[in-house]
Design a protein around this ligand. Structure first.
Ligand code: 13P
Length: 410
């Protein structure tokens, strides 16, 4: 249940002067470590999945684990696509369970960035999903030496920030004010004046990318000036790598499990330190009570067909799975046939929507309208259609709930 609406979560952080950590995860060890820290610190948390990391894990395989972990957590969690490459990436991420998306067009010029981001916002709105946009350019690559990928840092300007938010409708704005992604030598110089002006003008949750390597004082000043989400990865990757090196040095005979044994705890302890510094620690209960839960909807249709044979029925179902399954916000389309021959209804569609907003957008979507009018309704006059809000899902009777953390899952 503690999967919550990310817009509500970040608005709470913004209104109360703290920041939620968005931690990029690259493995189950990271996932468990990040959530164990959030449970210990009683902090809201964002589980981030960066498209640039999709070479290191199978996004489709990892997402079910991320979603189960989020839903069985006792602290509020959001799941975010970080640095998505395209509109399709965002549609796919929402289908797999992300409830916040970012498509990064910050490397393109202003009007292209606006156009790309606007299209993402239009799609995501129909899915009830908030969107982060980035304006200005934060160079570097997460997990690598920032100096090796200097790029050209481009600071966000106030005038462009105003126009960008107005024209795109983004829910959160990632700004470039001097941070870089990746491992830094020395301390970056941050332009707080610029940040303050943007915050004063926009009054919306701001996001900082490239959180690794900043000082405690820098974090505090960022948060004072409107930063409500901090993206953080390289320091976690370095802590994980240091623990593996330590285990390799301690015993050269260590195999895989011996080498990675401390990764969860290394990640967890780094995350917890940040949650305490950024002020999200201790906020879980408040956030849970103030934020809307993120609950899917099941669109259920039971029906009987008339005038088509079995082959045509199977073809219609296959076409429906293909066409309806591609509509943004649809997570899954299941077709079924009654087990009992004398059942009152012989066929079903079970369409899983990510959010109640999809009830309407799905209904109006031209692909749905065409399919329903051309193939389905003419043969399925006898039907019942109901949308169900999922009240609760039980994931595991063995899970330890609030005490859950690394290694405690059922
Ligand atoms: P760091 O890897 O520098 O912490 O940046 C993470 C980030 O911004 C992910 O989007």
């Amino acid at each position: 249940m503690p999967l919550v609406n990310m817009k509500d979560m970040l608005q709470h952080a913004y209104d109360h002067g703290y920041a939620v950590g968005a931690f990029d995860l690259v493995s189950l060890d990271f996932l468990e470590g990040i959530l164990a820290a959030a449970e210990r610190a009683r902090a809201p948390v964002i589980l981030s999945l960066a498209e640039s990391h999709f070479d290191y894990y199978d996004f489709e395989l990892l997402m079910p684990a991320v979603e189960v972990a989020a839903r069985r957590a006792s602290v509020p969690v959001a799941i975010h696509l970080d640095h998505g490459a395209s509109l399709d990436s965002a549609v796919h991420a929402i289908r797999l369970g992300c409830n916040g998306v970012m498509v990064d067009a910050s490397h393109t010029d202003f009007s292209d960035n606006v156009r790309t981001t606007r299209a993402v916002v239009e799609m995501a709105r129909a899915c009830g999903t908030p969107v982060e946009g980035e304006l200005g350019y934060v160079p570097g690559v997460e997990g690598e030496d920032a100096e090796r990928h200097p790029g050209e840092l481009a600071c966000t300007t106030l005038a462009e920030a105003r126009a960008y938010v107005e024209r795109t409708g983004v829910d959160f704005l990632a700004v470039s004010i001097g941070t870089v992604h990746g491992r830094m030598k020395g301390k970056p110089k941050l332009d707080y004046q610029r940040l303050k002006q943007i915050n004063d003008a926009l009054s919306m949750p701001l996001v900082i990318h490239g959180g690794s390597g900043l000082s405690d004082d820098q974090f505090r000043r960022l948060i004072t000036n409107g930063v409500a989400k901090i993206n953080y990865y390289t320091a976690l990757a370095d802590a994980a790598a240091a623990s593996i090196r330590g285990r390799a040095r301690a015993d050269r005979a260590n195999g895989y499990t011996g080498l990675v044994k401390d990764v969860r705890e290394a990640v967890s302890s780094e995350v917890e330190t940040r949650m305490r510094l950024w002020g999200s620690a201790g906020r879980a209960a408040e956030v849970l009570s103030r934020c809307r839960s993120w609950l899917p909807v099941e669109h259920l249709i039971i029906y009987n067909v008339e005038g088509i044979d079995d082959t045509r029925l199977e073809m219609m179902m296959a076409e429906g799975r293909r066409v309806l399954g591609a509509i943004p916000g649809v997570r899954e389309v299941v077709t079924g046939r009654a087990v009992q021959e004398n059942a009152k209804y012989q066929c079903t569609w079970l369409v899983r929507f990510c959010h109640p907003a999809v009830i309407d957008s799905y209904c109006r979507h031209p692909d749905h309208v065409a399919f329903a009018d051309r193939l389905f309704r003419p043969v399925a006059g006898d039907r019942i259609s109901i949308d169900f809000r999922i009240v609760e899902t039980v994931f595991s009777v063995h899970h330890h709930g609030a005490a859950g953390g690394a290694g405690q899952g059922g």
